[in-house]
Design a protein around this ligand. Structure first.
Ligand SMILES: *[C@@H]1O[C@H](CO)[C@@H](O)[C@H](O)[C@H]1NC(C)=O
Ligand SMILES: *[C@@H]1O[C@H](CO)[C@@H](O)[C@H](O)[C@H]1NC(C)=O
Ligand SMILES: *[C@@H]1O[C@H](CO)[C@@H](O)[C@H](O)[C@H]1NC(C)=O
Ligand SMILES: *[C@@H]1O[C@H](CO)[C@@H](O)[C@H](O)[C@H]1NC(C)=O
Ligand SMILES: *[C@@H]1O[C@H](CO)[C@@H](O)[C@H](O)[C@H]1NC(C)=O
Ligand SMILES: *[C@@H]1O[C@H](CO)[C@@H](O)[C@H](O)[C@H]1NC(C)=O
Ligand SMILES: *[C@@H]1O[C@H](CO)[C@@H](O)[C@H](O)[C@H]1NC(C)=O
Ligand SMILES: *[C@@H]1O[C@H](CO)[C@@H](O)[C@H](O)[C@H]1NC(C)=O
Ligand SMILES: *[C@@H]1O[C@H](CO)[C@@H](O)[C@H](O)[C@H]1NC(C)=O
Length: 700
């Protein structure tokens, strides 16, 4: 006879509960986006972090040329040819007075405007191709289609689209491969056989537009680029040459069909199924070199299904479906859709751009001060493999040029750039060259990774990067003889980018972040039983105190009219002193009266109309740490912090849609609600919500 102790039963029950308690598939699928018309601003996307294909309501890019973008597809327009500015080496930037010496900054020099502009606008990210249906009607519009319906199945990564034309139904499946830049398309329709439905391929020319949204590139400058077709049996390769950029689009199909083109004055090609064909499957691969091993449609759909299932099953998870509150449902919707969209658009081998792979903002480049908001949530949601696609390798790749940047300016260590492309070059700009809050980011990433992987290989993988970062940070801090403090700036821009750089000194958030960074730097050496340079401790222990005005944090020391309505605009980064950063590990403790006053004053007087994206989650995180859960929910659901029907974060007045730092910072705030933080682990949701979470560890 077997005897079961109640304790064992309880353990057994809990074990089952822990693995079966949340029906992840059900929760995820409840939020599958469904459309019956194309959106004017956002596609539905299939993709894998390094590649994405955005579609309209037809499942292709028929009426709305949403983008096909990658991490490798970039283009340079030709260099300027006049005023002696014919090479990137002709750019010299500007010298600004910095603590009594002239320092060279990577800023547009009016005497070198041609090469300055060239360096800002190049390279741009390329929209690789447009693929759509051709109905043989020159005046075709989306309105002429009937019975349109479309679903993105988040659980498998499949988009299913259906519509009818002249009464005949068309069914489309769209997939992306999980590990190559390939899409799979399956089409079923009598129209194929009736010779009235074809599939076109078209190729846009990049533009010099800072923001190319909602669509990337133009189709009417056909004489400035070249395409050519090499057709085989059931396959074809189209090569696209734009100046020095070349790449290949390899199409393979499984039914009787012919490809032709380009048609006069265009870069348009047409794949036409022949008589008798009622269904066709295509695989389309995009590659910088001719592709020889493109996966088949079946391989793509299998790979996508298993990748997404494993994504949803392996990471951390939040289930708010038991909460029975519309607010909880909306937070759940944003959570699931943000998880999907950041995996598609941000999990790349270079940092993501603000608009991911949807369209181009800032020419498709990425911003190194934004990467903490973009990527940290992958760690907090236990998706380290996605984080590690770019971090820390990206820092390793840019280390040498960042050491050069610091060296040229007379500093030690590595000064990380700002608006960047795969070469690691930072685009010229006054703000770009004077922003400093990207510098401590490696410490945050490293410390969070160490929390989950406290071993030698984590310590080793970050050590060189952290050492070079700390060396820059201490040499950048300026010893002020009269105060005996180390000052940050001037000249500099704080995170809010809206102050006079020549009078900006000792910004509260950056000072707090410097302390945090140096604390981690020193700890990192201790963990390796290595000595930390004395200078690191010396600077950390003598940093200027955080500036305070009216018993709340000030943007910077000496800022005029701090709490007046003309100042309380742009990113409220003073809320990140406590919202993003843990209480200081060294030095005087944070004055909690001041931290609380800061949150209250921001809530009461800050101009939130002038805020966007990560501001709202950052404010929510600050509210959470201060124990005000309702205020955190209110920030996360603020009417100015919108997500559209498919979960794309709406840009607002200052940035186009989508603005993905909104999604990723939202996920960071949700991780804080689900996992808590040091000293306050566990759930931080409204008390009457029934919530289940899995896989979170406390944040810093
Ligand atoms: C299309 O979708 C919208 C919003 O989801 C819905 O209100 C509308 O009834 C749908 N139209 C049709 C014809 O299904
Ligand atoms: C663009 O030009 C820069 C400067 O010559 C070069 O470093 C970079 O590799 C080029 N990128 C592309 C995509 O051609
Ligand atoms: C800041 O100082 C530099 C010289 O060091 C000057 O060129 C620049 O115009 C000044 N900027 C402002 C906004 O005062
Ligand atoms: C191409 O189209 C754009 C708008 O899409 C227009 O502004 C531009 O003038 C056109 N260029 C040519 C050469 O037709
Ligand atoms: C150490 O951490 C790394 C990540 O930094 C992880 O990939 C590896 O599995 C860990 N090794 C051990 C032995 O735990
Ligand atoms: C030293 O600090 C004081 C007070 O912050 C400031 O007014 C002064 O400009 C600083 N000195 C230098 C040389 O930066
Ligand atoms: C904290 O700040 C408040 C408000 O400025 C101040 O009154 C108090 O003395 C400070 N406390 C400490 C310990 O500095
Ligand atoms: C700031 O407040 C003053 C007094 O209430 C008002 O006259 C002014 O228009 C406000 N300015 C802004 C930028 O809101
Ligand atoms: C939902 O959130 C909003 C914004 O925070 C709040 O005003 C409202 O009371 C909440 N609704 C419920 C039912 O809790």
């Amino acid at each position: 006879m077997l005897l079961y102790s109640p304790l064992l039963l309880l353990i057994a029950f809990r074990g089952i509960y822990a693995t079966c308690g949340i029906d992840r598939r059900h929760v995820v699928r409840s939020f599958n986006p469904r459309r019956n018309a194309s959106s004017e601003t956002t596609p539905l996307q299939v993709g894998n972090g390094n590649f994405a294909f955005g579609v309209d309501v037809t499942g292709l890019q028929t009426f709305s040329p949403f983008a096909t973008m990658s991490t490798w597809g970039w283009h340079n327009f030709s260099l300027p040819t006049t005023n002696g500015q014919t090479s990137v080496d002709d750019f010299t930037g500007l010298d600004w007075w910095t603590h009594g010496r002239l320092v060279n900054y990577n800023q547009p020099n009016p005497a070198e405007s041609e090469i300055s502009n060239w360096l800002i606008q190049n390279p741009q990210r390329v929209n690789l191709a447009t693929i759509g249906f051709s109905f043989g009607d020159d005046d075709m519009t989306e309105e002429k289609l009937e019975d349109k319906s479309q679903t993105l199945d988040l659980w498998t990564g499949q988009i299913s689209s259906a519509f009818a034309y002249n009464g005949a139904p068309v069914k489309v499946e769209t997939w992306a491969d999980s590990s190559s830049d390939t899409i799979g398309i399956a089409i079923k329709s009598e129209l194929l056989s009736a010779d009235s439905l074809g599939i076109f391929f078209d190729f846009p020319l990049p533009t010099r537009n800072k923001f190319d949204a909602p669509f990337v590139g133009v189709f009417n400058a056909t004489d400035q680029h070249i395409t050519s077709l090499e057709a085989g049996e059931n396959s074809a390769t189209i090569r696209h040459d734009i100046d020095a950029t070349s790449y290949y689009v390899t199409v393979a199909w499984d039914a009787n069909a012919e490809i032709s083109g380009p048609f006069d004055g265009t870069h348009r090609y047409m794949l036409k199924p022949l008589q008798g064909v009622k269904k066709i499957k295509l695989s389309v691969t995009f590659s910088p070199a001719p592709s020889t091993d493109a996966p088949s449609f079946a391989e793509i759909s299998t790979a996508s299904t298993s990748w997404w299932e494993s994504f949803w099953r392996s990471g951390a998870f939040i289930d708010l479906t038991g909460a029975n509150s519309p607010n909880a449902t909306e937070l759940q919707r944003r959570t699931i859709l943000s998880q999907y969209l950041t995996a598609v658009n941000s999990a790349s081998s270079y940092p993501p751009q603000e608009s991911g792979l949807v369209n181009n903002g800032w020419y498709g480049k990425f911003h190194l001060e934004m990467i903490l908001w973009h990527l940290l949530h992958f760690a907090r949601w236990n998706q380290f493999a996605l984080l590690r696609r770019s971090v820390p390798n990206m820092y390793g790749t840019y280390l040498e040029s960042s050491i050069e940047r610091a060296n040229l300016q007379g500093y030690d260590g590595a000064r990380w750039g700002k608006m960047t492309d795969p070469t690691g070059r930072s685009a010229p700009g006054e703000i770009n060259s004077l922003l400093i809050w990207q510098q401590p980011h490696p410490f945050y990433f490293a410390e969070i990774e160490y929390r989950s992987f406290p071993n030698e290989s984590t310590l080793k993988s970050w050590d060189e990067i952290l050492t070079a970062t700390a060396d820059f940070m201490v040499s950048y801090a300026f010893f002020n003889q009269s105060t005996k403090h180390y000052d940050l700036g001037s000249p500099m821009y704080p995170a809010s980018e809206n102050t006079n750089p020549n009078s900006t000194i000792n910004p509260a958030f950056e000072l707090a972040y410097w302390r945090f960074g140096l604390d981690v730097a020193i700890k990192w050496k201790e963990r390796q039983k290595l000595p930390a340079p004395k200078k690191w401790t010396e600077v950390r222990d003598n940093l200027a105190p955080l500036p305070i005005v009216e018993d709340a944090f000030a943007v910077y020391e000496g800022i005029p009219n701090m709490w007046e309505n003309t100042t309380v605009q742009d990113h409220p980064a003073i809320s990140a002193v406590f919202g993003l950063l843990p209480p200081p590990y060294s030095g005087p403790p944070l004055n909690m009266t001041v931290a609380r006053n800061t949150a209250d004053k921001i809530r009461d007087v800050w101009d939130l109309k002038d805020c966007w994206g990560w501001d709202f989650p950052m404010l929510a995180m600050n509210s959470l740490r201060l124990g005000d859960i309702d205020q955190a929910v209110a920030y996360l659901l603020h009417p100015l912090f919108e997500f559209d029907d498919a979960g794309y974060p709406v840009g607002g007045s200052r940035v186009p849609t989508p603005y993905f730092p909104g999604s990723s910072s939202f996920l960071l705030a949700m991780a804080m609600m689900a996992g808590g933080w040091d000293g306050e682990p566990g759930l931080h949701f409204p008390q009457d919500w029934d919530v289940q979470v899995k896989g979170f560890v406390p944040g810093l």
